[in-house]
Design a protein around this ligand. Structure first.
Ligand code: GLU
Length: 292
C-alpha cells in the first residue's frame, strides 16, 4: 500500500501510445522531467496502453527510445496500463460497493441531446452490454493549477457522469490514471492543458476512493499553423533524434525557460542539468491555444 504522498516529489510522464513522440509530447515530457528533477524528485514513465484499437503497435517501444535519445531517463521500470486491469477492477468494485456508480446502456445518439453529457443515473433495466459510469454530484470541484491558477467546475452541469468501464470491457482513462498515480505514489502531475478540464472529475474520483490529491501543473499545447493541437490525428511528425539538442532547446524556449548560449555547446546531460537548475514553472505562459 502506498505510504507517503507528500515527500519526496514523485512525478511522471504518461503518454498514450497512439504514435511516436512529436514536438508537443516532447514539451510535456521535458516539463514533467524538469519539474521533478529540479526538486530532486523521481520521474516515472507510464505507457497508457488501455485502448489497443487506437494504438500504434510500435509506439510503446519507440516512445521510451525517443525519450532516451533526448537524455530523458526515467526512474524505475516502465509501467504499462495494459498490465493493471486487476488493480482497476478492484478500485471499480470499491466504487460499486459504495454506490458511486451505475450501469448505462445509453448510446452516443441518446446523449447528444445533452451535449454528450450523461446527467444522473440511467433507467437501463439490465446490466448486459452496459458501461459503468461514476455518478457525479451537483457540486463544484476546484483546484489551484501551477500555471493556470484557480480552476473550478460543476461536475453535474459541466462534466456529466464519466464512464469508468466501457461496454466492451475496457477500463477508461479517468479510472486508470487515478488508480495508477495513487499506486505509484505520484504527488505531482505535469501534463498538457488539454487535460485541465478533466482534473475536477479526477479529484472527485480520488475523494470517492480515499486517495490524496496530487499537485497539478498543466502546460500549454503546441499547435500547428491551423491552431490545432499537434497530434497523430493531424499528422504531427515524429521528433528527429539527430536534432535532439535543438529539439530540447526549442522545447525550453516554448516553456519560456532561460537559455544561455553555453547550453548550445553542452552535451545533452549537462544541458538538462543546467535547465533543471534554472527551471521556473512560473515563467510558463498560460495559453489556451489549441483547446477545442
Ligand atoms: N495519456 C495521456 C496523454 O497522452 C496523459 C494522461 C495524463 O498525463 O494524465 O495525453
Amino acid at each position: 500500500m502506498p505510504m507517503n504522498h507528500t515527500h519526496p516529489y514523485i512525478g511522471r510522464f504518461a503518454p498514450t501510445p497512439t504514435g511516436p513522440l512529436h514536438f508537443g509530447s516532447l514539451v510535456a515530457a521535458l516539463a514533467s522531467y524538469l519539474d521533478a528533477k529540479s526538486q530532486n524528485g523521481k520521474w516515472l514513465l507510464r505507457i497508457e496502453d488501455l485502448d489497443p484499437p487506437r494504438e500504434d503497435p510500435n509506439a510503446s517501444t519507440r516512445i521510451p527510445k525517443q525519450l532516451l535519445e533526448h537524455g530523458l531517463q526515467w526512474d524505475g521500470d516502465i509501467q504499462y496500463q495494459s498490465q493493471h486491469s486487476a488493480q482497476y477492477e478492484k478500485a471499480l468494485q470499491t466504487l460499486v460497493s459504495s454506490n458511486h456508480t451505475f450501469h448505462c446502456q445509453c448510446s452516443r445518439k441518446q446523449l447528444a441531446t445533452n451535449n454528450g453529457l450523461h446527467l444522473g443515473p440511467c433507467l437501463c433495466l439490465t446490466q448486459d452490454n452496459a458501461a459503468i459510469r461514476l455518478q457525479v454530484p451537483d457540486a463544484n470541484y476546484a483546484f489551484t493549477d501551477g500555471v493556470y491558477g484557480h480552476i473550478e467546475q460543476n461536475l453535474h452541469h459541466q462534466v456529466g457522469d464519466p464512464i469508468l468501464k466501457r461496454k466492451d470491457g475496457l477500463y477508461a482513462y479517468q479510472l486508470a490514471v487515478v488508480v495508477d498515480d495513487y499506486l505509484s505514489c505520484v504527488n505531482h502531475v505535469v501534463r498538457g492543458v488539454d487535460l485541465l478540464d478533466n482534473t475536477p472529475r479526477q479529484l472527485f474520483l480520488m475523494e470517492c476512493l480515499g486517495y490524496p490529491a496530487p499537485h497539478y501543473l498543466h502546460i500549454p499545447l503546441i499547435t500547428n499553423p491551423q491552431g490545432q493541437k499537434l497530434s497523430k490525428q493531424n499528422q504531427a511528425t515524429a521528433i528527429d533524434p539527430s536534432n535532439a539538442k535543438d529539439n530540447l532547446l526549442a522545447a525550453l524556449q516554448f516553456l519560456n525557460q532561460p537559455i544561455n548560449s553555453a547550453m548550445r555547446d553542452m552535451p545533452i546531460t549537462s544541458l538538462l542539468q543546467t535547465a533543471s537548475n534554472s527551471w521556473q514553472a512560473n515563467l510558463i505562459t498560460p495559453s489556451h491555444a489549441g483547446l477545442i
